[in-house]
Design a protein around this ligand. Structure first.
Ligand code: GTP
Ligand code: MG
Length: 421
C-alpha cells in the first residue's frame, strides 16, 4: 500500500483523508482510526493508571461511531478545553455563594446521577456539563435536538441518555395513584392576603403554572415580589423555606420593595435578598435560555418558586405583524411547556408568571380586555387570575380558570409593607 502523507500532530488530521502514522507504521483515515492505536497514541506520555482508565472509556461500545471517538480523543488531549469546561460550570444567572439555605452537596449529587447513566464516561460527562446539562432533570427536560446541537453528542447517545434520565425520574405513564401521591406533596405559599389565598385554595400552589394577568399598575409585579419574600418563610408561616428565582423581562424588579416587604414581616432583609436569584432577560431567546438553565439550579439551590415577570412581553415586541404570529405562538408554547415540565418534575416548586392584557376590538358588551398570548397561554397555565384596580390601594382578583377551584373574587391591598387584606 502506498504511504500516505505523514502528519506531525493532531491538527494535521483532516476528516476522511488518509495519513501515514509513524508509530504503528500504517495508513490511517480520520474517522476510521483504530481504537488500539488511538490508546497508544493518546496516552503515550501519561501514567499507567490514567491510560487504563481512559482506554476503558474509549473502548466503551456505547459511543455512536469512531468519529465521535476521535472528538473525545481531541477533547481529553486538549488541556485548554478542560479548563474551559470548568469555567463554564457556573451559569449565567447571578448567584450568591454564601447562604443558609444552600444545599452544597446537591450540585455534586446531580452530576453524580448523570455520571451513573449507562454509557456516560468522563468525556461525555464533560460535554454535557459544558453544554449546561448537569442534572438528570435538564437532560430529560430538553428536546433531543438541542442537547445534540449544544453538546455535540450523537443522536443515538442523546436518545439513550434522555430515555435513561426519564426512567430514573419516573417520567412517563403512571397510575392515578402515583399522580395522587405526587399531588399530596403539593404545598402552598401565602400571598400575604388571606382573601387572595382563599381564592387560590390556600395560597399559590406548587406543581402548577399560575398566571396573574391584568392592566398596568394592577399589582402583578408587587405580588411577584411578595411571593419571593414569603416563599422563604417556614411552613407554619405560609412559606416553603426555599429560594426564589426571579426572571425579570421588563426591568421592574426593585430590591427596595423586597426590603420594605421583609421589614413588614420582621425578616432580615439581607438574608431575604440573598435568597432571591435574579436573572434579567433582555430578549425572548434569553428568557427561554434562563428557564432552561433554571432546570439545573432548582435542586442544587433549593429553589421553591420561579417567577417570570412578564411571560410574553418580549415575544409581543419581537414578533411583529401577522406573518410572524404562527412562529411566535409556537415559541411561546414551547417556553410554557418548559415551565410545565418543571412543575411535573418538582412537586414542591411553584411557578408564577405575569401577563399583560390586550383590548379585543370585536367586543362591544362586557370586558374587552383579555390576556395576551391567546389560546396558547390560556391552555398552558394551570390557574389564571385576572387583576383589576379597585379604590385607592385596593385591587380585585378574579379566578378565571382553574381545574379544581371554584370561580370567585377577592379584594386585597398593596401597601408599603406589601400585599395584605
Ligand atoms: P405593569 O407591570 O405596568 O403591567 O403593572 P403591574 O401590574 O406589574 O403593577 P405593579 O405590581 O408594579 O403595581 C404598581 C402599583 O403598586 C403602584 O401603582 C402602586 O399603587 C402600588 N405600589 C407600589 N409600591 C408601593 C408602595 O410602596 N406603597 C404603596 N402603598 N403602594 C405601592
Ligand atoms: Mg409589572
Amino acid at each position: 500500500m502506498a504511504k500516505a502523507r505523514e502528519i506531525e500532530d493532531n491538527n494535521g488530521f483532516e476528516m476522511g483523508k488518509p495519513y501515514y502514522c509513524k508509530e504503528c507504521k500504517r495508513n490511517h483515515t480520520k474517522g476510521k482510526i483504530y481504537k488500539e492505536h488511538l490508546n497508544f497514541a493518546l496516552f503515550e506520555n501519561n501514567d499507567e493508571d490514567e491510560i487504563k482508565d481512559k482506554s476503558s472509556e474509549l473502548n466503551n461500545d456505547d459511543y455512536d461511531d469512531e468519529a465521535e471517538l476521535i472528538e473525545i480523543f481531541n477533547e481529553i488531549n486538549n488541556e485548554e478545553n478542560n479548563v474551559e469546561v470548568e469555567n463554564q460550570l457556573e451559569p449565567d444567572i447571578k448567584l450568591d455563594s454564601e447562604d443558609i439555605l444552600d444545599n452544597s452537596d446537591s450540585k455534586e449529587a446531580c452530576i453524580n446521577a448523570v455520571k451513573k447513566l449507562p454509557g456516560v464516561g468522563e468525556a461525555t460527562l464533560n460535554k454535557l456539563i459544558k453544554a449546561g446539562f448537569s442534572s438528570l432533570e435538564s437532560i430529560a427536560f430538553t428536546p433531543p435536538s438541542i442537547i445534540q446541537e449544544e453538546s455535540g453528542l450523537g443522536d443515538k447517545t442523546t436518545a439513550k441518555l434522555i430515555k435513561a434520565s426519564m426512567e430514573k425520574l419516573n417520567i412517563g405513564f403512571k397510575s392515578a395513584e402515583d399522580v395522587w401521591e405526587h399531588r399530596k406533596n403539593i404545598a402552598r405559599v401565602t400571598t400575604g392576603s388571606q382573601e387572595l389565598d382563599d381564592l387560590l385554595g390556600g395560597g399559590v400552589e406548587t406543581g402548577s403554572v399560575i398566571e396573574f394577568f391584568g392592566e398596568f399598575r394592577t399589582g402583578k409585579t408587587q405580588i411577584m415580589h411578595q411571593l419571593c419574600v414569603n416563599v422563604q418563610m417556614p411552613e407554619e408561616k405560609g412559606g416553603l423555606e426555599g429560594r426564589a428565582l426571579y426572571i425579570d423581562t421588563e426591568g421592574t424588579f426593585r430590591p427596595e420593595r423586597i426590603i420594605q416587604m421583609s421589614e413588614g414581616l420582621d425578616l432580615d432583609h439581607k438574608k431575604v435578598l440573598k435568597n432571591i436569584i435574579f436573572g434579567r432577560a433582555y430578549n425572548s431567546d434569553h428568557q427561554i435560555l434562563l428557564i432552561k438553565e433554571a432546570a439545573n439550579l432548582i435542586k442544587e439551590k433549593n429553589i421553591k418558586l420561579i417567577v417570570v415577570d412578564s411571560l410574553i412581553g418580549h415575544f409581543r415586541s419581537e414578533y411583529i405583524g401577522r406573518g410572524t404570529l404562527a412562529s411566535r405562538q409556537q415559541t411561546i408554547n414551547s417556553h410554557l411547556h418548559d415551565l410545565l415540565r418543571l412543575c411535573d418534575i418538582y412537586a414542591d416548586l411553584a411557578i408564577v408568571v405575569t401577563n399583560q392584557v390586550q383590548a379585543k376590538p370585536d367586543v362591544f358588551y362586557g370586558n374587552p380586555l383579555q390576556a395576551a398570548g391567546g389560546n396558547v397561554v390560556a391552555h398552558g397555565s394551570t390557574i389564571r387570575i385576572y387583576l383589576r384596580k379597585g379604590k385607592g390601594e385596593q385591587r380585585i382578583a378574579k379566578m378565571v380558570d382553574a381545574p379544581h377551584l371554584p370561580e370567585g373574587e377577592a379584594i386585597f391591598s398593596i401597601t408599603e409593607n406589601g400585599i395584605c387584606d
